[in-house]
Design a protein around this ligand. Structure first.
Ligand code: SF4
Length: 406
């Protein structure tokens, strides 16, 4: 950044702070954030916090003392949506008594316009509703509200607008999250992500490296975790650089590992169809790489994997696991399982249990299939009864417990 630009940015921040200070004359400028869902959402809450800290607000764990309350929502499972709705609803009386408190709801749930409208109707006391695609506008939207007090519901359709240059207030201890891409192209039939996060957009390699150099210089973080819905396809949408090289995930990992500094590197999440041998090699051959891979299998039945549109077979998955175990003998493996997907029979489910016995993961995250409206799986025939889903998820958990004891 050149000197003039730094001066401009500082000037703007000071002006924004002045606006906030004129309104909030007392010292109580605290904010409270509740985050639902995945690490990507946790990281986005760090961006919201970054903006608020820059404006002079400070974080509190006590919602009752906050002047700004944010709910950063998740749409992956019905449970997370219900919890968010319940918690927002319970704020009605609090908002009546504390009219100066600003209530903001954002995240994957509000990116769906029908959900944003539903929230607006159900809870008219919400002040600002934002989608994932206009996170970068958070500061200007908030300042507008502070000045004019007009309720705002702003959901953008353009996923290309980026939130990568927002200030950051990291909250995950010794771990620093670094976003390397946004969106997903895979359209797994149960998943809402491609609809609420758009198609894959990789961040330029040099921007990622710059952020990581900055993190290393801060000397506060022992671990760096690269984030994306499908990190293995990083670079597919980028052009060749000046050396006619196309950035790939393996090259990105190598480049980061070559940086001087005392840190460990890891990433999430991987898609088995895109995890290539060169990525496994980088993990195997670099001391900076943590020897751990989270590789979601979702089901041990080829029939169900096909219905899920996962684009790999159990055999292909096992061959990747074998390669990983061969090249990285001390690797820690973890996975995600969905039980009760439409048309999952006892036989299909038993295939999942057999696969778990075969691979012996270090960690398994098991979920009951949750219907998401707008996804192909939500209208499939053969939806599984909730009671059966519960029995199956408990069986998975019991099996994982007994395997880990052994
Ligand atoms: S890979 Fe599948 S499950 Fe993962 S975010 Fe993309 S669509 Fe969803």
């Amino acid at each position: 950044m050149n000197k003039e630009r730094i001066f401009d940015v500082k000037n703007n921040i000071n002006n924004d702070k002045k606006i906030v200070n004129q309104i909030y004359k007392s010292n109580n400028k605290k904010y409270f954030i509740t985050t639902y869902g995945c690490q990507l959402n946790v990281h986005e809450s760090e961006k919201l916090a970054g903006v608020l800290e820059e404006l002079g607000f400070t974080h509190t764990e006590q919602m009752a003392e906050a002047k700004i309350i944010i709910y950063n929502t998740c749409a992956i499972r019905e449970g997370a949506e219900d919890r968010a709705l319940g918690n927002i609803g319970s704020l009605k009386k609090f908002k009546q008594k504390n009219k100066d408190v600003i209530l903001i709801v954002c995240g994957c749930m509000t990116q769906q316009k029908e959900n944003a409208q539903k929230l607006k109707n159900m809870f008219p006391f919400i002040d600002i509703i934002l989608g994932t695609s206009n996170l970068h506008e958070f500061k200007s939207i908030l300042l507008n509200f502070i000045k004019e007090h007009k309720k705002i519901c702003n959901i953008n359709d353009d996923f290309n607008l980026t939130s990568e240059n927002m200030p950051l207030y990291r909250t995950s201890g010794e771990n620093a999250w670094v976003n390397i891409m946004q969106g997903c192209n895979n359209f797994c039939s149960y998943c809402i992500v491609p609809y609420v996060r758009g198609r894959e957009r990789s961040r330029p390699l040099k921007d990622i490296i710059q952020e990581i150099i900055h993190i290393i210089k801060e000397n506060k973080y022992k671990k760096i975790t690269l984030l994306g819905q499908n990190v293995n396809s990083y670079g597919n949408d980028l052009k060749e650089n000046e050396f006619q090289e196309k950035p790939t995930f393996a090259k990105l990992l190598k480049e980061i590992c070559s940086l001087e500094g005392d840190f460990k590197l890891t990433f999430m999440t991987s898609h088995p169809k895109d995890l290539t041998s060169d990525v496994i090699d980088v993990i195997a051959n670099n001391d900076k790489m943590l020897k751990e891979i989270h590789l979601p299998i979702q089901s041990g039945s080829n029939k169900i994997l096909k219905l899920m549109n996962r684009n790999y077979s159990v055999e292909k998955y096992l061959s990747i696991i074998n390669e990983i175990k061969e090249k990285i003998p001390n690797v820690r493996l973890s996975t995600d399982i969905i039980v009760g997907f439409p048309q999952e029979t006892d036989e299909d489910f038993n295939e999942t249990l057999e696969l778990l016995k075969k691979i012996k993961y270090d960690n398994v995250f098991a979920f009951m299939y949750s219907k998401r409206s707008g996804t192909p799986a939500s209208i499939m025939e053969g939806q599984v009864d909730e009671k059966i889903k519960k029995i199956r998820v408990n069986k998975v958990l019991q099996l994982v417990k007994s395997l880990s004891k052994k």
